[in-house]
Design a protein around this ligand. Sequence first.
Ligand SMILES: Nc1nc2c(ncn2[C@@H]2O[C@H](COP(=O)(O)OP(=O)(O)O)[C@@H](O)[C@H]2O)c(=O)[nH]1
Ligand SMILES: [Mg+2]
Length: 380
Amino acid sequence: MDRVVIVMPTFNEAENIGFMIEELLGKEFPKINADMHLLVVDANSPDGTAKIVEGKMKRYKNLHLLSKKKEGLGADYVAGFKYAVEKLSADAVVEMDADGQHPPSNVSRMVDAYLAGADYVIGSRYVPGGSVPREWAFSRKAISYLGNLFIRLVWLKFWLHDVTTGFRLTRVKGVLDKIDLDNLMAKERFAYKVDLLYQSVKNAKVIKEVPLEFKPRLKEKSKFNPKEMVVTFKVAIILGIRDKQRFIKFGTVGFMGYLVNAFSLKLMTTLGVPGILAWSIPVELAIISNFTLNNIWTFKKEKIIGARRIVYKFFQFNLTSMGALVIQTVSGNIADAVFGVGARQIVLPFIILFLVLPYNYFMYNAVIWKTWKLPWFKSK
Ligand SMILES: Nc1nc2c(ncn2[C@@H]2O[C@H](COP(=O)(O)OP(=O)(O)O)[C@@H](O)[C@H]2O)c(=O)[nH]1
Ligand SMILES: [Mg+2]
């Protein structure tokens, strides 16, 4: 049976932890078809949180305690993950707050998604069935939603609905064990979550969002603060840019394609080839150059191999490039009419930059090499 360890950090949760333990180990775990464990990572809380856990450990053998000095939520989670993997042989770990904001009743569907094959399960407030506390002021709801939307935009990961949630399940093999836990970008409360999520999403093959009915704190109010929010955005932007390497390579290949395109267009003009052909032959040459270079460089990790597959994908590449061909031929002939044939070399870069490039980047990622898991392009 798969062993799932819930890692629950606590700092002064004496008022809540007893209730959480009873709800999880007493009520929820017996209903779940996995070997469920709870690991409390207590940051030497002065209020005696650890004492309460120790008391309950006599009754529940699946309850564990790791007491450590307080290093911040991110670092303490990392210590908990390592303990769960090394000492408890976890197959999957769950991040969960002790303050009741992540309801114990939401755990089972998360584990079910994992048992059904997900590598990474996100407890999401922004999918049907998920929610934020009704008593939150409108401004708080707006900040949460817009902050989340901002990060999704920066990352171009629209298919994820909640990237700032703290309620998640991670498969150890292939996902958590590929992450350099000692070098997360920030160990602060919110920012670490974003870094961890980003890397997990990258490693995971199957990602599932399950609804999270996010609750207000059981006791005491939240320590939400704007400074952490700024750090979080900073981390998100750095992660987003770091990942733009692919886009830079794509741009370089595109530029080479442009050179092929431009030189052959020049040749067409010199030879006096008629309009339709003069604009379309150069595109096909650029297509061949683009497919080859992108396949061996930009999308090297997703490289298409095997003669049959290459032929099929090259055919598909040409089909999607028909869009570019149509775009360039139509806009090129319009430009001929407006600016005259003499302006062709000036017109071409504009056509490429503003029309062909965005179209191509989308098609390559979504259709050809399938690096974007867009819900409307699921089939292989
Ligand atoms: N071990 C540990 N737990 C912490 C630390 N800071 C917060 N926690 C716990 O982490 C969980 C989330 O913290 P909370 O203050 O509710 O954050 P929020 O829900 O994001 O506002 C709670 O269970 C806290 O008790 C810390 O530095 N170390
Ligand atoms: Mg909380």
